[in-house]
Write a protein that binds this ligand. Sequence first.
Ligand code: G6P
Length: 605
Amino acid sequence: MCGIIGYTGHLDALHVLLNGLEQLEYRGYDSAGIALFSSGNDRFIMKKAGPVATLKDACADVDIISHCGIGHTRWATHGGVNDTNAHPHIAGKVTLIHNGIIENYHNLIERFGLRDSLVSETDTEVAARVLDYYYKGDPYEAIRRTTREITGSYAFCIMFEDIHDQIFCVRNVSPMVAAHMKDGSFVASDVTAIIPYTNRYFVIPEYQIVTLRQDGISVQDLNGNPVEPEMLEVSWNVEAAKKNGYPHYMLKEIHEQPDALRNTITPRLNDGLPDFSEDGIPDRILSSCDKIAIVACGTAMYAGMVGKALIEPIIKIPVSVNIASEFRYENPLVDEKTLVIVISQSGETIDTLAALRLSRKCGARVLSIVNVKGSTIARESNYVFYTHAGPEIAVASTKAYMVQLASLYLIGCRTAMVRGKFSESDARTFISRLMDSIPAVQSVLADKDRLKAAASVLAKAQDAFFVGRGLDYAFSLEGSLKLKEISYIHAEAYAAGELKHGTIALIEENTPVIAVATQDKIYGKTVSNIKEVKARGAFVILITKENAEVSEDISDMHFTVPVPYDQFTVFPVAVILQLLAYYTSDMKGLNVDKPRNLAKSVTVE
Ligand code: G6P
C-alpha cells in the first residue's frame, strides 16, 4: 500500500524514479509524485492525481539534471485524491514521502500548533512538519525526536534541503528495502523496483535510520550505534517482473501456474513423500498441536478455506479459518497447543501481521506460508514455508493462490503422516494425485477460448452467484472474489444448499450462476440445487469433472476438469474461475491489473 522509491547516485534520478514508480504502481495508484535535487541544488517537486502515467506525462518536458530524489505512488487513506494530497510533502527544509498511517496526527496538530500551516489533508504532512520543527541541522536527532512523537505505522523517505545528495529512511511496520551497487544507492517499498539494478538488498530494520549516499549506505540504531544489515538475494530476475508478451500481468501469471506449482512442490518431495527438513519445519509442530488456526486476508484467506475443507476431515482435529482483521480483536482461542498457519503472498499485510504477533503472544507456534522472501511476516514467524511463485504483480492474486493451496496440501499430507492418519502408501498416492493436478491446470489453459463465450454473458450482468458444496464451496468463494475485484460485478458465493434460505430470492431470468459440482459425494445434492436456480431462470455455467453424468437441462454452458479425485479438482477449477474473471474484466474494457480502489499489498489497517 503506497509505493516508495528513493535514489542517489550517478544515474539520471528522474528516470530511475519514474521507472521505479511504474514497477511499484500495484501498491497504490491514486496519485504519484517525485522530489529531486537539481544539479544546482534546487528542490524540484512534481505531483499529480492519477496514475504514474499522468506524472510521467507531466515530467516529459522537465529539463533537469538530477542525481538524487524520492518518489511515491499513493493509495489514499487520509484526504481525498488530488494533487495537493499527493506525496512528497514539503515542510520548511523537509521533503518527505510516507507509507503507513500516523494514528496520533490529530494530537500532533494540536501539540505543535500546526492547524494554520497545513496545506493538505494528510497525516503525512503533519509528520513532515514535526520533523521540520525538530530539524536544526542534525538529521539523526530530528528523526529520533520525531519517531518518539509518532504512533502508527510508517516508512519514511526524507530529503533535507541543505543535504543535497543524501536520503534518510526510517520505518516502523511498513516495509522498505535498500540496496547499493556501483551506480548508487536505492530504497524502495519492495524489490521489484530495484531488481533492474541489483539482486542483493536488505530489509531496513524497524526503528533504525538508514542513510543513502552515492557511495554507500549506512545503518544506525536510534542511539547512533552502527548496525550491519543482513543481506538477501532475490532469486528471480527482471524478466520475471515483465509481461513477456501477455496483454496483462494477470493473464501472464495465470499461465505461470503450472511452473509455480512445480517450483513449490518438487523441492519438498523426497522419494515421493513431503519432507520439510530443508525448510527447517520440524514434524513435532505438526504432531503436537491439538488444533490449527489459519489466519489470512483476501485470496490468501480463501486458500485457507480450501485448506480447512481438505485438512480437517483427514487429520480430525479442529481447523479454523480466520479473517486476520477480525481475529486480532476477538480474543481468539489460541494457546501453546495451537498451530497457527499464517498465509500471505506479500508477507506484509498489516492485519495478518498483527494476528501473527497476537498468536505468538498467546504462546502459539506460527508457521507462515509466504511468497516474498525476507518479508516481515516471514521474519517474525517461528517457521516459514516459502512459496516459489516468483513476483506477482497483478493486484488480483492468481498464481500465489495456487501455490498457497499446494503448500496447504503438502502440509496437510505431512501432518496426516506424522499423526498416523496416512500410511506411507496413502501419502504417496496423495502426492502423486497432487502432481497430476499440474497437467490438469495445463489442459485448462490450453482450452481457454470457450471461456470467453461464458465471460461475454457475465460481462453483461450486474450480479452473479457462485454456488457449490463442500470443497466446491471453498473454491467458489475465491471465484466470486476474483470476479468482483476486477470486473466490478456484484458477485456472491453460497453454499449451494443454503440458497433456498434466502439468496434464491435474487435469482431472476438470466442471472448468471456459476455452479461448481466436482465433489462426487454430494454431486446429486448440488445438482438438485442447480435445478432449483435453473427453474427460476438462472443462466447456469456449470463446472464438473469430465466423467460426471450431466443432463443437458441443468446448464447453459458446461466446462469440465480432467481430474478424477474430489480433493484435487480445485487446481483446474481455480484456473477456470480466474479466466472467467479475467476475460469478463477485459471485455468490459477495465483495468485488469489495477482495479479501482484496491492495492496489492495492504499495509494499513
Ligand atoms: C489485498 C490484495 C489481495 C490479497 C490480500 C492479502 O487485498 O488485493 O489480492 O489476497 O491483500 O494479501 P497477502 O499479501 O497477505 O496475501
